[in-house]
Design a protein around this ligand. Structure first.
Ligand SMILES: [Zn+2]
Length: 169
């Protein structure tokens, strides 16, 4: 178990489409690292490519809200159904200090493998649905800046350029 480095905007891992986990026997350490890292940086969700590994897994903890009473693991997930819409201001551990209004589906049906390595298909709504869509986007190489308006991009131009330059090797 260890806290990992969270990669930031401009790092190529964030633009990679993650691949399904095929060997679930080796995933425990990765799950622990994701939780340790998410808690260290006070996140509510963390996708695997945010720690530089392009596997289709993310973790979520909304136990501080009434949305769910235990931390959640989502592996090899896909959105099956979606409906409604809502807009909320979102942040991201890979984009510190940046907030972007993102329109999401209000309700989604998500198929995935859970923390007990069981296949599930469940309907989610509210904040949990938003967080799942945010993290699922990460696994497809998509970031909240992809939803940014020209005004957002202007506002954060300096911060984004700085992050990008720090990631140029
Ligand atoms: Zn994020």
């Amino acid at each position: 178990m260890a806290v990992q480095k969270v990669v930031t905007y401009g790092h190529k891992a964030l633009r990679e489409v993650c691949t399904d986990i095929t060997d679930f026997s080796k995933v425990d350490g990765l799950i622990n690292d994701l939780f340790d890292t998410m808690y260290e940086f006070d996140g509510i969700g963390l996708a695997c490519n945010q720690i530089g590994i392009n596997k289709r897994i993310f973790v979520v903890d909304l136990t501080h809200t009434e949305e769910c009473d235990s931390p959640l693991v989502f592996m090899n997930g896909t959105i099956e159904k979606e409906s409604g819409s809502c807009v909320d201001s979102e942040g991201c551990l890979s984009l510190p200090e940046i907030r972007i209004n993102v329109e999401r589906f209000d309700t989604i049906t998500y198929s995935y493998v859970d923390e007990n390595f069981e296949k599930c298909t469940k309907e989610f709504s509210g904040l949990l649905a938003t967080v799942i869509q945010h993290e699922n986007d990460h696994l497809d190489g998509k970031l909240i800046t992809d939803y940014a308006t020209p005004a957002d991009l202007l506002k954060y131009d300096k911060a984004l350029k700085l992050m990008k330059s720090n990631n140029v090797k």
